[in-house]
Design a protein around this ligand. Structure first.
Ligand code: AMP
Ligand code: MG
Length: 706
């Protein structure tokens, strides 16, 4: 048996509703189902329980098994339950507490009074403590040190094993889990009553039921939660989201076995002792799409030189999005790639409104010639609707953005009128519906606003906000690691270089390209031609990034250590692409992470990055395949091009709009890259170019390079 739906509840003992705006220290629920995790925020325990009960009901009807965890203790230190109920069964105490606690729909509750009543069952002071100073409850001490401490243990055994777990006697100030239990257990008892034999509480009950409740403690994986939190995400939300995802990612039998662990009297915190497995599951593949197949870069054997278009088609077929999906507030989503298409929550505009400042009326009551319409009292302005209807033949003062009052369908521009405040005069005829915006003329409610894969730009944030969309499902940004290799390379120009050494030119270029394309650059630095050092750098890249770009050592020569290593330890496929400049492209998976081995020569490295890496990275980021934008211009040069290879020449446009090319085609001439403003693409076939021959010019900007 395993669970189909995982629910993680971060509970709250607040005495009043939480703020309307999602905030911390409130009730957050994470729901992991079918490979995705959703979160919900609730202002009151009442609202949260209603949502949970309907979720459980729906899952039960659908035949899906639910595991629901709550972050408060399900039992008290041994001896307490027996002292109160006469039984060691913690569920007897749940029933007892349910009879004592009142907890209103507005969170108003009597937990401090109940704690005092419980304290009164015992001689001496305690065990419960903590209350607001203003509450006059003589048998509930304000501080823990005022208690007689020998009656019950301060913590359960499982609490002593969980760093940071608070004692359940503490009702007030930070981490007052005692209040959460007093207000939580009666709510769970209500679920037990409602779902009867379909619900069990582990580890006290062992039956396999459609709904299973367990105790959780998100701080068990606090570090991982912090590492996986989205920018500015509320901690409670991150906790339920990450923990729900982690539990869902554990193998079913392992999770099932974990729910059965623990003590029948004191209960247990699910996952205690399995923190490493939980953390691995939280970071693991269940939260991200499946990785690429080992043979994904294989090229059909026997192909000697692969045409550029074949290589591109192969990448396009093979690659897919490799990052996980998150929910972000629209305000924070600029630059991110939509993973799901957002839908308009209502029409824009929601109601017909005025496009200008002027006077509104029903068109039917107007005609040609000078019109004089009596004005009704009041006016309609943006944010200040005029509620009374405007009778036919009357007009109303109306301002831009104001909802058209009933009886108004047409607006005449203020500048075209004269008015004494009682009558408005203007020349007819006026076009029907003039200056009036129709409801939904921009977008209808329920319409798809933007497609999945769209990269959100500032105007898209305006559109989403205007249509009431507060959050968007977006891909995590693609992390692109960049590594330079070669014994001759000095990592940065602030270090001295011997005459036989050269400064690393490729790495700053490739990192900046990745960043400009909206990815997260990860600098792996430089390593010499040493297989162990290259291997260690690739290991780091595979751990910290979603894709790795290397430059240098990618051919098949003696010193081409990157391809040698990828061949030995990765799944190398050396693509001999019929392209100039740019010799083989080494493609491989290293620990499941794709590696693009680019040529070392900066001219070839840039061309290969623009032509191959750019669309490949875009696809992996979720934004889909991209093609460079270009246009045809007359050549301002002559060249006799041989057949067999596609060529990219460093080029720029003359004042007349013709393409001139850099004086030297030598691939060592880095200055030509900066001289150019784009590339001229010459076809695979032979071509005789003379001034005026149409050629294709691909500006740098068309490669997303500013
Ligand atoms: P390779 O691909 O290792 O055979 O290198 C081809 C050429 O590119 C050699 O002349 C290298 O010195 C040069 N090269 C390799 N990596 C870089 C780099 N990061 N920056 C500048 N030049 C490089
Ligand atoms: Mg080299």
């Amino acid at each position: 048996m395993s669970f189909d739906t995982i629910v993680v509840v971060d509970w709250s003992a607040r005495g009043a509703p939480s703020p309307a705006k999602p905030s911390k220290d409130s009730i957050w629920i994470g729901i992991a189902r079918g490979g995705t995790v959703e979160t919900a925020y609730h202002r009151t325990r009442h609202a949260a329980m209603q949502a949970l009960a309907s979720l459980f009901e729906a899952e039960r009807m659908a035949g899906r098994r639910v595991l629901a965890g709550f972050d408060f203790p399900f039992a008290y230190p041994a001896g307490f339950g027996r002292a109160v109920t006469g039984s060691d069964d913690p569920l007897a105490l749940w029933a007892d507490l349910a009879a004592r606690i009142t907890d209103g729909p507005d969170n108003a509750n009597n937990r401090f009074e109940v704690a005092q009543d419980l304290n009164r069952l015992f001689p001496g002071i305690g065990p419960f403590w903590g209350r607001p100073d203003a509450l006059d409850l003589p048998d509930l001490p304000a501080r823990g040190t005022l208690r007689d401490l020998d009656r019950f243990p301060e913590r359960r055994r499982c609490d002593t094993l969980a760093p940071g777990a608070q004692p359940c006697w503490k009702l007030y100030t930070t981490g007052s889990v005692g209040s959460q239990a007093l207000l939580g257990l009666p709510r769970l008892q209500a679920l037990r009553a409602r779902f009867g034999a379909d619900l069990s509480v582990r580890p006290f009950e062992q039956a396999d039921t459609p709904i299973t409740l367990v105790e959780l403690f998100p701080s068990l994986i606090a570090k991982t939660v912090a590492a996986l939190a989205e920018p500015d995400e509320i901690k409670d939300r991150a906790q339920v989201r990450v923990l729900a995802g982690a539990l869902a990612a554990l193998p079913g039998p392992q999770l099932e076995a974990m729910t059965r662990e623990g003590d029948p009297v004191e209960g247990w915190i699910l996952g205690l002792g399995h923190e490493a497995a939980l953390e691995a599951a939280a970071r693991g593949p269940a939260l991200t799409p499946p990785r690429l197949r080992d043979d994904c870069f294989a090229m059909p054997q026997g192909v000697d030189w692969v045409p550029v278009d074949t290589a591109l088609a192969r990448l396009r077929e093979t690659l897919r999005p490799v990052t996980g999906v998150a929910t972000l507030s629209v305000a924070q989503a600029a630059g991110r790639v939509l993973a799901e298409a957002p839908v308009a929550r209502r029409a824009n505009p929601p109601r017909p409104n005025s496009a200008v400042d002027g006077y509104g009326f029903a068109h039917a009551a107007t005609g040609p010639g000078v019109m004089r319409l009596p004005l009704v009292d009041g006016r309609a302005a943006a944010g200040q609707p005029h509620d009374a209807p405007v009778p036919p033949g009357h007009a109303i003062r109306i301002l831009t953005g104001a909802v058209l009052p009933e009886g108004v369908d047409t607006v005449v521009l203020e500048e075209d009128t004269a008015s004494d405040g009682r009558v408005v005069a203007f020349d007819g005829p006026v076009k029907p519906f003039a200056n009036a915006r129709k409801a939904g003329e921009d977008m209808e409610a329920g319409a798809t606003i933007l497609q999945a894969g769209h990269v959100l730009r500032p105007p898209d944030l305006a559109l989403l906000s205007a249509l009431g969309v507060a959050e968007a499902r977006v891909f995590h940004p693609l992390r692109v690691a960049v590594l330079s290799t070669g014994d001759e390379i000095v990592p940065a120009p602030d270090r001295p270089a011997q005459p036989h050494q050269i400064w690393d030119a490729n790495r700053p270029m490739l990192l900046a390209l990745a960043q400009g394309w909206g990815h997260v650059p990860v600098d792996l630095g430089h390593v010499g031609d040493d297989p162990r050092a290259i291997g260690a750098a690739l290991d780091r890249g595979a751990a910290e990034a979603d894709v790795i770009l290397t430059s240098g050592g990618a051919s098949a020569g003696d010193e081409d250590h990157v391809s040698a290593l990828l061949g030995a330890r990765g799944t190398l496929s050396a693509w001999r692409i019929a392209l100039k400049p740019g010799r083989p492209l080494a493609l491989a998976l290293w620990d499941g992470v794709p590696v693009f081995g680019l040529p070392g020569n900066p001219v070839a490295a840039l061309v290969c990055a623009l032509i191959f890496a750019r669309p490949a990275l875009s696809l992996m980021s979720g934004a889909g395949w991209v093609q460079p934008q270009g246009f045809t211009v007359p050549a301002a040069f002559s060249k006799s091009k041989k057949p067999g290879r596609r060529e990219y020449l460093r080029a720029r446009l003359t004042a007349e709009g013709a393409a001139e090319v850099f004086a030297s085609e030598g691939s060592g001439r880095i200055s030509g890259l900066s001289w150019a403003t784009g590339l001229v693409e010459l076809p695979d076939t032979a071509l005789q170019v003379t001034p005026g021959t149409p050629v294709r010019f691909l500006p740098y900007s068309g490669f997303g390079m500013g």
